[in-house]
Design a protein around this ligand. Structure first.
Ligand SMILES: [Zn+2]
Length: 113
């Protein structure tokens, strides 16, 4: 087996690696929080600009968010990467678009503004 000094070195290395990974994870979380804050700011700026320019309402935005959220069949506040087929032409639908890019059919559950 391992000698006591070897075991102690292994434990300390493992402990050091664990601390290092925790530090890296905290840094990653902090960077992600900063990115989310910047994206939130950008989204708010874009929405207020679009709302003013196109005379849209917050209710229309909320409806569109709900419609897009429901494109994967679940109202969970997330966009699923799962894809589906167009009911009209049978081609694969992108989760990023509200309608089929090939035939133009609006996805089920989407209400165009
Ligand atoms: Zn289609």
């Amino acid at each position: 087996m391992f000698s006591l000094p070897t075991l102690l070195r292994l434990y300390s290395t493992t402990d050091g690696e664990a601390r290092s990974r925790v530090s890296e994870a905290k840094l990653s979380i902090s960077e992600l929080e900063d990115r989310v804050d910047r994206l939130s700011l950008l989204s708010m700026a874009l929405w207020t600009l679009v709302r003013e320019q196109l005379n849209l309402t917050d209710e229309q935005l909320a409806q569109r968010v709900q419609d897009i959220d429901l494109t994967d069949g679940k109202l969970d506040g997330k966009i699923s990467k799962a894809s589906s087929k167009c009911e009209k032409c049978g081609r694969m639908l992108s989760t990023r678009h509200v309608k089929c890019i090939y035939c133009g059919r609006v996805k089920q559950g989407i209400t165009p503004v």
